[in-house]
Design a protein around this ligand. Sequence first.
Ligand code: ATP
Ligand code: MG
Length: 244
Amino acid sequence: MMTRLAIAGYRSLRDITVTLGPLNVVTGANGSGKSSLYRALKLLADIAQGRIIQSLATEGGLQSTLWAGPEAVSRAMKAATKPVQGLVRKKPVSLKLGFSGTDYGYAIDLGLPRPDSRSKFSSDPEIKVESQWTGERLGRANAFAVRNGPSVRIRSDSGEWRQAYTHLASFDSMMTHCSDPRDAVELLVLRERMRDWRFYDHLRTDRDAPARKPQVGTYTPVLASDGSDLAAAVQTIREIGDAE
Ligand SMILES: Nc1ncnc2c1ncn2[C@@H]1O[C@H](COP(=O)(O)OP(=O)(O)OP(=O)(O)O)[C@@H](O)[C@H]1O
Ligand SMILES: [Mg+2]
């Protein structure tokens, strides 16, 4: 279960950490950032599916999703004697997403590449840093896999660091490219869990909804996002009971 979610530099979320329970209800005034929180969760899920860069591009690219306000909110801005306006950035742009549960945690840091006038893709975000750790908080002793640019190091059971990759592409995540059942089983377990996350904000119920179309049904412990396997999911609950 996810117990903490951290987001920095995403839309209106400048830097936020939320503690989560088994069921969470997010409320707030219009424009307070509820949808941004939800979308940040979806971006995390996209990492495990290998499509974080495409998703960010669909949202208008890192430049438009990054927090567009000032880097620091001054006392005058808080007192409303000076308007809150975006400024020219001094620090490198960065979008940070992370979460942790009782057993594992993961964080990613995305930024922009150096401008390259020869490439049409020079505004594609780059994955700069990723880390996975065991336990609730990242510390020196419990890091399990660490990516820095193209380099990925993974710690073995005996505690030694092994260089798993030296040239991971900036658009590939270590979650999809370095998880293997022999040397990086923790990465694999976490990735599979993230692949089970579902977002039901587009579950259609209209006449042509996927849930109303005949489907081949197999054992379905997790309902698909579009509800297409609804019948199989209901039957699975009947068979396993709702305790799970
Ligand atoms: N890149 C950005 N930098 C700063 N603020 C942004 C950025 N992109 C969007 N915003 C602002 O973030 C605010 C929060 O938007 P969000 O859609 O998350 O709010 P919400 O709580 O879901 O609102 P509603 O109740 O209307 O659905 C909006 O005021 C929006 O203009
Ligand atoms: Mg909203």
